[in-house]
Design a binder for this molecule. Structure first.
Ligand code: DGT
Ligand code: CA
Ligand code: CA
Ligand code: ZN
Length: 572
């Protein structure tokens, strides 16, 4: 959990330095921030085990930044950060957190309209004061209003990619209590929803007291919200709420079912129970007349008594899963072990943290049969997109590395920008030389719907474009998806045999669950990619996999579930 706090500070230092027009340092801080937030292990543990040398193994962390980390670990502060914060006015540090509002505009709003905080800004927008301000106008007022909405959503709910590792860490800590039976996360985290309101943890134990004691005294607790004999709620230092309930072994399955939800799924289950002469609650399934206990120890047994097969948590949204279960038509959901490769990752050739060779070695360690190396094309300046010349150099390097690493097949690829007119950022001559081309939109997001739809469809008509990367372009909490006719995209994908990507970066998860399901229904094949920018981000693919499961995806819907020989035979 320290990792995300520390990464946040580094990102903020980068932002402030950038406002002061400091060169290079912001990029260095951002690189380290990304590596730290991607780290599978807590930085504190890295430091404990391997000392400063261990910290310096983190990509982007040299002598200087390692010292900052140690400072943070030992004093809980970073002096440079405290001093930088003093230098920028408070209103700026608040306002620049709003998506779409940069330091220049924030300063202008402060000077001209006296806006100091979010509340001031909301009022000014309601009175249309921005629209009348020179340098702004109605359009930018609308955009800032949208930014405010995103900001509110972003602070109200937490990304699955953030909440899941926290939930797992808390479970590890609670598990150490003697006499603990089962422990599992329930609620939206267990359903793998893309954002999480709060974390729900269920525990069984004969004596709930030591569990509640431990839970309310976990190291990351900021405040105890409620404390009872079998149920407590805490607020973590990062403002995420966690509920914990201790139950009897006998009703564990019924409680797990109840607290996993969704509420809508539960309502239908209770109706089924009533029709069968039962009563279903968090305590178990009971005979309605005699009140005798019928089932409750496991979820399987509850579903069975209701005449249903076990329904995976990811499907429990009352979106047709109960009918499918009744008819024996539940999909056999894709699993992590089905993934045979990863077809989207970046290296230091563009904006990745690690070299091509480091990425290859990390992919081998994950047991993949094949990967694609896909750095950015030249138009993406902020991501150091490669010129054709640099791409050719990388191709030669990949060829060499392929000879060295025979256990994995390395596809020489690229994530090529789809330009606003729908043409690709590299010539066909270059595209033809590549084994794997992703087409992605990284610019001109605000096009009208029909134009954006044509832009993406035209890219799919290019015979070299195998897959459309992060098809909706959303960044949860930061950027809305662009306006595009997804149905038309699905049709064109099917017609041209182009894959659509499920990008696993935590704020993307793009395609999202409902789009995945619609794409599959339209006959489209998908790929699940990590879009890793660091060796430690390859594991993000599990988030894309969870999203695919929420989209009812089976193994046969995902191209990179094919073994190497079959995958290589796929032609567009
Ligand atoms: P979240 O936290 O907003 O991401 O969503 P959930 O689904 O985790 O919701 P939460 O934490 O309020 O409650 C956890 C589960 O408990 C929820 O999925 C279903 C169950 N639950 C909570 N309140 C009710 C209720 O009033 N009726 C029913 N049937 N179930 C409820
Ligand atoms: Ca919850
Ligand atoms: Ca809850
Ligand atoms: Zn990418």
């Amino acid at each position: 959990m320290l990792n995300s706090d520390l990464a946040k500070i580094f990102y903020e230092i980068a932002d402030i330095l950038e406002m002061q027009h400091v060169q290079w340092k912001p990029a260095a801080y951002r690189k380290a921030a990304r590596a730290i937030e991607s780290l599978p292990e807590d930085v504190a543990d890295v430091f404990k085990k391997k000392g400063v040398e261990g910290l310096k193994e983190i990509s982007g962390v040299g002598e200087g930044l390692a010292a900052k980390i140690v400072e943070y670990l030992t004093t809980k502060r970073i002096k440079e950060y405290d001093e930088l914060k003093k230098k920028i006015p408070r209103h700026l540090s608040i306002l620049i957190d709003i998506p779409g509002l940069g330091p220049k505009h924030a300063e202008l709003l402060h000077k001209k309209l006296g806006i100091n905080n979010i509340e001031d800004l909301k009022k000014a927008i309601a009175a249309h004061k921005l629209a009348k301000l020179s340098g702004f106008g109605a359009k930018s007022e609308e955009n800032i209003a949208k930014g405010l909405e995103l900001f509110a959503q972003g602070t109200a709910r937490t990304l699955l990619g953030t909440a899941l590792p926290i939930a797992e860490a808390l479970i590890m800590q609670i598990k150490q209590v003697k006499g603990i039976g089962n422990i599992e996360v329930a609620g939206s985290v267990r359903r793998r929803k893309e954002t999480i309101g709060d974390i729900d943890i269920l525990v069984t134990a004969k004596d709930p007291k030591p569990i509640m004691e431990r839970f309310t005294h976990l190291p990351d607790v900021k405040r105890i919200m409620a404390q009872g004999p079998t149920k407590s709620s805490i607020l973590l230092k990062n403002n995420l709420q966690v509920d914990c309930r201790v139950l009897e072994e006998k009703s564990y399955g019924a409680a797990l079912n109840y607290f996993t939800g969704s509420k809508e799924h539960n309502i239908v289950l209770r109706e089924i129970a009533i029709k069968k002469g039962f009563k279903l609650s968090e305590y178990g399934l009971f005979n309605r007349k005699t009140n005798a206990f019928v089932a409750g120890r496991t979820e399987e047994e509850v579903y069975k008594k209701l005449g249903l097969p076990y329904i995976p948590p990811e499907l429990r949204e009352n979106a047709g899963e109960i009918e499918a279960a009744r008819q024996g038509k539940l999909p056999v959901l894709v699993e992590e072990k089905d993934l045979k490769g990863d077809l989207h990752m970046h290296t230091t050739y563009s904006d990745g943290n690690n070299s091509t060779e480091e990425m290859i070695k990390a992919a081998i360690a994950r047991g993949y049969e094949y990967i694609a190396i896909t750095d950015h094309s030249p138009s993406v300046h902020i991501a150091h997109g490669m010129t054709e010349k640099r791409l050719v150099k990388q191709l030669a390097e990949i060829e060499k590395l392929q000879k060295k690493y025979k256990d994995i097949t390395i596809l020489a690829g690229s994530e090529v920008d789809i330009l606003p007119n729908g043409s690709m950022d590299y010539s066909d001559k270059i595209l033809k030389r590549l084994d794997w081309v992703i087409g992605s939109v990284h610019s001109a997001f605000k096009m009208p719907r029909d134009k954006m739809t044509r832009r993406i469809c035209k890219a799919m008509e290019n015979p070299y474009v195998r897959v459309i990367g992060h098809p909706s372009g959303r960044l949860m909490g930061k950027r809305e998806p662009y306006d595009v006719d997804m149905k038309a995209v699905f049709q064109m994908a099917k017609k041209t045999g182009t894959f659509l990507e499920i990008d696993s970066q935590p704020p993307r998860l793009d395609l999202k669950d409902v789009h995945i399901r619609a794409a599959i229904d339209a006959g489209v094949t998908l790929v699940i990619d990590s879009d890793a920018h660091d060796v430690n981000q390859l594991r993000f693919i599990s988030l894309g996999l969870m999203t695919a499961r929420r989209g009812w995806a089976t193994k046969k819907d995902i191209a990179n579930c094919l073994p190497l020989d079959k995958f290589l035979k796929l032609k567009k």
